[in-house]
Write a new protein. Structure first.
Length: 482
């Protein structure tokens, strides 16, 4: 599967980038017009069109039939139906994996208690600024749809560190190592914006130390450096990729032919049934004259002879065969994409959590693969952020100290979970571990803090005058009883 991760241009960029004018217009056009770039951007636009259910990206919605003379047949009835399996497959995994916010925290193994508190306060404040739950969800959905997604670190006009997701159709990764999109040497970005004389084209190069920005105004033929090479304030290429899996395959790519076949079958059958009903009427022993149908529209009646009849032409279709075909195709789409169909009978009836998780194993394996790739890529994003914060003298955090906890977005049996937690507690398992395993606890550390606060609040302070008074009265009553 050809991807937009290439070492094809690495030597070319290295040889020109540090010259007085940087990359020439010839080199920029060579990169943008190469088959590696054009084919990959076309693929990405098609997958994004699939997700948005755009007509031009779905084969059955753009199909045409030809007459014997080669012209397009516009007379035959052609009902075009699309069942949107593509976005369902993407959304099910995205919601299951990223629906619950990822918990970010720093490991206790790297810092003292006082250092950890200060650094976590800075990190939590930054996570709120970045709106990480929404950013992670968007990033995860795009990973599943495109095969990979792209994130950029930047600093806004007020000096606040930000992150955002970029459109994959604007990006070219250039790296010595062919499959390295998480920490590439260079990232190229091409995009257009409205200008004074039409659309202006921008071509940007992001490197570890420097960045370059070129502009081609309107219908101009050449790119000019809009800004001299800028020193990268982060010291690391600040755009990085998030792979969906090892081969950058979209979640629904494996079953795209099954999806198209299901659309074609559904469209053909619906068109066949509709065309039979509309087109074929058998009239036996009926007097047909020029005004017959005019009178029929008024009276809604036709004169039929003694041996005459009127009926529709019916075609014998095997309902069982059609039903089997549709159901088998539907089932295979979910099975071959390792996706759970939550609308099926699969989850019906009384099942324990263990039974459900066993049924979910293929789907969970796919989600876990994405989770591992996502953690690695996200750690790189935070490494860039932390390096920027360090250089800005805000805070110093080691990216290796960052832990990310994923919690599956799946309805759990809280009663069964709680009973299991009690058994674990009786076995002497730590409360940290027990709370981390409970689906309804978002932050085990915060919950432990609340439990400790409640325990201290309920403790009796024997030095309290009111408590002393009660104790004295109890002692007096005990003496009287004696």
């Amino acid at each position: 599967m050809k991807q937009l991760i290439t070492n094809e241009f690495y030597e070319l960029i290295e040889s020109e980038i540090n010259t007085a004018k940087g990359l020439s217009t010839v080199t920029i056009n060579k990169i943008l017009n190469s088959s590696t770039v054009t084919e990959e951007w076309a693929r990405l636009k098609k997958t994004q069109g699939r997700y948005a259910n755009e007509k031009d990206s779905i084969p059955v919605l753009t199909r045409t039939f030809l007459n014997s003379d080669g012209t397009i047949d516009n007379d035959s009835l052609d009902i075009k139906l699309n069942i949107d399996y593509w976005s369902d497959i993407v959304n099910v995994k995205g919601g299951y994996t990223f629906g619950n916010p990822i918990v970010y925290k720093l490991s206790k193994d790297f810092y003292s208690e006082s250092e950890l508190k200060t650094k976590e306060e800075w990190l939590n404040r930054q996570l709120r600024i970045l709106d990480m739950p929404d950013l992670d969800n968007d990033q995860g959905i795009m990973c599943g749809n495109d095969g990979y997604s792209v994130r950029i670190n930047y600093t806004d006009s007020e000096g606040i560190f930000r992150m955002k997701t970029l459109d994959s159709t604007q990006i070219i990764f250039v790296s010595k190592e062919l499959s390295n999109i998480i920490s590439p040497e260079y990232v190229l970005r091409y995009y257009e914006q409205p200008g004074k004389s039409g659309k202006d084209s921008f071509f940007e190069i992001y490197g570890n130390d420097k960045e370059w920005k070129y502009k081609k105004a309107g219908k101009a033929l050449s790119y000019e450096i809009e800004e001299n090479p800028i020193i990268n304030p982060y010291g690391i290429t600040r755009i990085n990729g998030f792979p969906n899996n090892k081969i950058f395959m979209p979640d629904a790519q494996r079953v795209v032919n099954l999806i198209d076949a299901q659309d074609t079958l559904m469209s053909d059958l619906t068109s066949e049934l509709a065309s039979i009903r509309l087109a074929y009427l058998i009239l036996k022993n009926v007097n047909i004259e020029s005004d017959t149908f005019k009178e029929f529209r008024k009276s809604h009646a036709l004169l039929v002879g003694a041996d005459g009849s009127i009926e529709f032409l019916t075609k014998q279709l095997s309902v069982d065969a059609l039903k089997w075909t549709f159901e088998t195709c539907h089932k295979l789409i979910y099975e071959m994409s390792n996706t759970v169909n939550f609308n099926s009978q699969f989850l019906s009836g009384q099942k324990t959590i263990a039974e459900v998780k066993t049924l979910l194993l293929p789907f969970e394996t796919k989600c876990k693969n994405t989770e591992l790739k996502y953690k690695k890529a996200s750690r790189r994003s935070f490494e860039i952020l932390f390096e920027g914060a360090k250089r800005a003298s805000q805070e110093t955090i080691d990216a290796d100290a960052l832990d990310m906890i994923f919690t599956r977005n799946f309805p759990e049996n809280e009663k069964e979970e709680t009973e299991t937690a009690v058994l674990k507690k009786n076995l002497g398992i730590s409360m940290d571990t027990i709370l981390a395993d409970l689906s309804y606890i978002d932050s085990p550390e915060e919950e432990l803090g609340r439990m400790e606060a409640a325990r201290e609040e309920n403790m009796v302070n024997i030095d309290d005058p009111a408590i002393q008074n009660i104790m004295n009265r109890m002692d007096a009553e005990a003496a009287n009883n004696v």
